[in-house]
Design a protein around this ligand. Structure first.
Ligand code: GLY
Length: 334
C-alpha cells in the first residue's frame, strides 16, 4: 500500500494520526496570521538557499546548484548530503564512516519535505546513500521509519546496491581503538559528525535531510538523533526548519530541532531559537563541557541562525551563487 492510500484509509477507519492532528491544531488559531506572514516572507525571500552543518563545501555547493536549476528543496538536499555519503574520506557519514565497537558500519538518516511528510532509516548496513533510502521509505511505504535488516532489504527491493562501508583506513583506526577498548564513544567537538542540510527552493518551499554514521565505536544497535524526526531534523514549511549535530542523546532528550521550529513559530529569530535550544541542554546537564551540540536553522524569509556549545562549529550557506563557510557563536567562551 502506498503512503497516501494508507493515510487515507487511516483517516477513514478512524486510526488516529494524533501527532499530525495536534500539530495542525496548534496552527489553527494563528492560521490567517501565518498565511499573511508566509506571503510577506515569500516577497522578501532571496531563494534558493542551502545551508548545512560543518564545512561541507562541495555538498552545499551541490545542493545550491540543484536548487538553482529549479530542483525542489528535498531532492536538492538529498543530492547535497549524498556528496558526503559517497566521500570515503569522511569518517562520520556514509561509506568510510567509523564502525561500532564490533566493527560494523551502521548508518542513520532522515528526510522531511515541505508538505510535512518524512522518512527515516536507522542502523542500516551495506547501503551508502541512506538519505535517498529514507526518501523511498517516505514515498514508497505507508511508514516513516525502517530499521536494520528490514531497511536494508527494502533498499535492495528499490534497486540500491550493496556496498562494503568499512574502508581499509577506517578499519585500521578501529583496530587501533580495540587495543584499549574502554567503552567511551567519541564525539568530535571541533570536527564534523553529521551532515544536516536545509534548503529553500525557488518556490519558497523548505525541506531537509540529515545523515550520519553516528558515534564512533558506539554500542551495537545504538541510534542517535540524526534519523529521529524532531530531534536531528524538523521542518514546518509555514515557519522554517532546523537540524542538529553533536551528541545525539542530548539532542533527543530536548527534541532539539522541533523545539527550534516551535520557538521560531513563537517569534524568535533562527539565531535566538538555536541559542535557546542549546541553553536548554546546558541548563539541564552539568556535564555539557564534555560534548558538542550545534544547531542551524532557517526561517521562511531565508534568515539563518546557528549556535553551539563549543567554539569550532561552522556551517555552510549558499545564496545568490555564493557558498560561504560561517563560524557559529558558541556558549563556552573560555
Ligand atoms: N549526531 C549524531 C549522533 O549522535 O549519532
Amino acid at each position: 500500500m502506498k503512503r497516501r492510500d494508507f493515510i487515507k484509509n487511516a483517516s477513514l477507519t478512524g486510526v488516529g494520526l494524533t501527532v499530525g492532528s495536534s500539530l495542525l491544531s496548534c496552527n489553527e488559531n494563528s492560521s490567517e496570521k501565518t498565511k499573511t506572514n508566509t506571503i510577506m516572507a515569500l516577497n522578501d525571500l532571496k531563494a534558493p538557499i542551502a545551508i548545512c552543518t560543518w564545512g561541507f563545501v562541495s555538498a552545499n555547493a551541490k545542493a545550491g546548484e540543484e536548487l538553482s536549476k529549479g530542483i525542489k528543496a528535498l531532492d536538492a538536499a538529498i543530492a547535497g548530503v549524498s556528496v558526503e555519503e559517497d566521500n570515503i574520506k569522511n569518517t562520520t557519514v556514509g561509506k568510510g564512516g567509523a564502525p561500532d565497537r564490533e566493527g560494523n558500519v551502521t548508518l542513520d538518516a532522515c528526510v522531511m519535505d515541505s508538505n510535512g511528510d518524512c522518512g527515516s532509516v536507522v542502523c542500516v548496513e551495506n547501503i551508502t546513500n541512506v538519505a535517498a533510502l529514507a526518501k523511498r521509505v517516505m514515498t514508497e511505504t505507508p511508514h516513516v521509519m525502517l530499521a536494520g535488516s528490514g531497511a536494508e532489504e527494502f533498499a535492495y527491493s528499490q534497486g540500491f546496491e550493496s556496498d562494503n562501508l568499512l574502508t581499509d583506513s577506517s578499519k585500521k583506526v578501529w583496530e587501533e581503538w580495540l587495543k584499549s577498548p574502554e567503552y567511551k564513544p567519541l564525539i568530535n567537538i571541533e570536527n564534523h559528525d553529521t551532515i544536516g542540510m536545509l534548503c529553500i527552493d525557488k518556490d519558497g518551499d523548505i525541506a531537509g535531510a540529515c545523515t550520519t554514521s553516528g558515534l564512533s565505536y558506539k554500542m551495537k544497535g545504538r541510534v542517535g538523533d540524526s534519523p529521529i524526526i524532531g530531534s536531528g531534523l524538523f521542518i514546518d514549511n509555514d515557519i522554517g526548519g532546523a537540524v542538529g549535530t553533536g551528541m545525539g542523546e542530548e539532542i533527543m532528550k530536548t527534541v532539539g530541532s522541533f523545539l527550534i521550529v516551535e520557538l521560531m513559530r513563537n517569534g524568535m529569530s533562527p539565531q535566538q531559537a538555536c541559542k535557546e535550544a542549546v541553553q536548554r541542554i546546558t541548563r539541564k546537564n552539568s556535564h555539557f563541557k564534555d560534548f558538542q551540540i550545534a544547531y542551524i536553522a532557517i526561517n521562511k524569509s531565508g534568515d539563518v541562525g546557528s549556535y553551539c556549545i563549543h567554539k569550532g562549529f561552522t556551517y555552510m550557506k549558499y545564496q545568490n551563487g555564493k557558498n560561504e563557510n560561517i563560524h557559529s557563536d558558541h556558549y563556552v567562551k573560555s
